[in-house]
Structure formats: structure tokens, C-alpha cells
Design a protein around this ligand. Structure first.
Ligand SMILES: [Zn+2]
Length: 260
């Protein structure tokens, strides 16, 4: 465990806008360097202005709160596929464009059902990210994941974004090989997604992609563990994986992806 003491963890996919202050303090005490507040709310917005308020909350209030605690916030602005508003879609896209320059990433965005509407909103946001030079965190759904992944990859190829600016998240072990080289591979450790052991398995089975793997917690309001990334670090170290390799998965790769 002592070899890990110098690692300062980065968790680039979480929703700590739902976390109380003591959770953030706990992260700081556990040597977290950075953790994320990616855009998401649990209700479908009735209008675009809800998203505007959400983005304002994240880029202003959450950034400020994290700085007070002493952790670097990774602020995500974007329209999650479950958050496409019932009305005012072009206004919602305009708000993404307005707030993304104050954010660190476009996210989380992607496909849930793969409807025409979701595809269009996803593609238009990729254009904004490319234009404003922000990395992108792409959600894949629990149901119909393989199909949604293929569809998302097709939309990504049609965009002008470079693969190394994109993290495809919530991957399963089976789907790692479906993702073309150069995309970052998101490994989410959360009940219903991956376990610590499966991260070790991913590292064994796709060692050549070691420098693209990014472990994250998706911690927020669902069942999740804010310290999941740190626990993965300890698990990998307990298997005898060298500390510098562990560090890539729990900090270094995410830092490179974020340009931080
Ligand atoms: Zn998420």
C-alpha cells in the first residue's frame, strides 16, 4: 500500500454535484487530485432553461465548492441522452456552446436508446466540442450497450473529432476490443457495471491498451462508491502490478486525456 502513497487519484466520471461537502473532504483526505461533476439530472427537463441552470450550477457553484475543499473539479457540460429537453432543443445546444468554454469536458453525452433525436443531439454536440477543442466523455447504456456503442462509434467517425479526444465509457470486458485504437476506454467500477477484479482482467486481456484505460466511479446519486478508483489502485497493487502501471489507470491516463 505504501507504494501507492504518492499517487494522486483522478476520477473523470462522477457526478459530485449530488455529493455532500463531507464526501468531497473524504476524497481530499484520500489523496484525490481531481474528481468530476459531469452534467446530468435525474429528470427530463421540461425546457432548455433547466439545462442552462444546470450548466451555470456546475461551472460556477461546483467549481467554487471544489476549490474551497481543495480538489480540482472536472466540470462537464453537455446534454445527456436522458436529458434532451421536451422543448427548445436548439436553445439547449446554444447553451452547450455558451457554457462549454468554462468547462473541462463535453459530458456526459452519447446514446441511450439510439433514437434519431438522440443521434442528432449527440452529433451536434460533437461539432461544438471539436470547434471549442474540448475532450468528450461518451456514455453507453446498460441495455443494448453493444448496439449503442456501434452507433456511437459511427457518429464519432463522421465527426471531425480525433479519437484521442474521446473517452468511450462504461465498457464491458467483451466490448473493449470493439473500440478502435486511440479512443480512451472508460472502465466504470460501480454495482451493475465493473468490479475491481474485472478491471484487473481488462488490464490482462488488453494490455496493449494500458495507456488508454481510465478507471472511474460514476459516483453520484445512484448506488456507487466515491472511493472506487482508489480501491481499484489498491486491488491492482495487491496483485503485484507495478505502481507506475497502476498510476496510469487511476490518474495518469485521465490527466493526459483531460490535458490537465
Ligand atoms: Zn455518469
Amino acid at each position: 500500500m505504501s507504494g501507492l502513497a504518492g499517487i494522486r487519484i483522478v476520477d473523470p466520471h462522477s457526478h459530485h454535484q449530488f455529493s455532500n461537502y463531507s464526501t468531497l473532504v473524504m476524497l481530499r483526505e484520500a489523496s484525490y487530485r481531481a474528481a468530476a461533476c459531469l452534467a446530468y439530472i435525474p429528470v427530463r427537463p421540461s425546457s432548455a432553461s433547466t439545462l442552462r441552470d444546470l450548466f451555470e450550477w456546475l461551472v460556477e457553484e461546483e467549481r467554487d465548492r471544489f476549490e474551497r475543499v481543495g480538489i480540482r473539479p472536472v466540470i462537464g457540460v453537455g446534454i445527456h441522452p436522458r436529458n434532451i429537453p421536451r422543448t427548445g432543443r436548439s436553445d439547449a445546444l446554444a447553451y452547450v456552446e455558451e457554457y462549454l468554454p468554462s468547462a473541462d469536458v463535453l459530458g456526459e453525452v452519447g446514446l441511450e436508446t439510439g433514437s434519431n433525436l438522440e443521434r442528432e443531439v449527440f452529433a451536434r454536440q460533437l461539432d461544438v466540442a471539436e470547434r471549442l477543442d474540448r475532450p468528450v466523455i461518451v456514455h453507453t447504456p446498460r441495455v443494448g450497450k453493444a448496439e449503442a456503442l456501434r452507433l456511437a462509434l459511427r457518429i464519432l467517425r463522421e465527426s471531425r473529432l480525433q479519437p484521442e479526444r474521446v473517452l468511450i465509457d462504461h465498457l464491458t470486458l467483451d466490448l473493449l476490443r470493439e473500440v478502435p485504437r486511440e479512443y480512451y476506454l472508460g472502465l466504470t467500477v460501480q454495482p451493475g457495471k465493473l468490479t475491481e477484479k474485472q478491471v484487473a482482467e481488462a488490464l490482462r486481456s488488453a494490455r496493449d491498451r494500458r495507456l488508454l484505460m481510465v478507471v472511474n466511479s460514476d459516483a453520484g446519486r445512484e448506488d456507487s462508491d466515491p472511493l472506487a478508483v482508489m480501491k481499484v489502485a489498491h486491488h491492482l497493487a495487491s496483485l503485484g502490478i507495478p505502481v507506475d502501471e497502476v498510476e496510469d489507470l487511476v490518474a495518469g491516463n485521465a490527466k493526459r486525456f483531460l490535458g490537465a
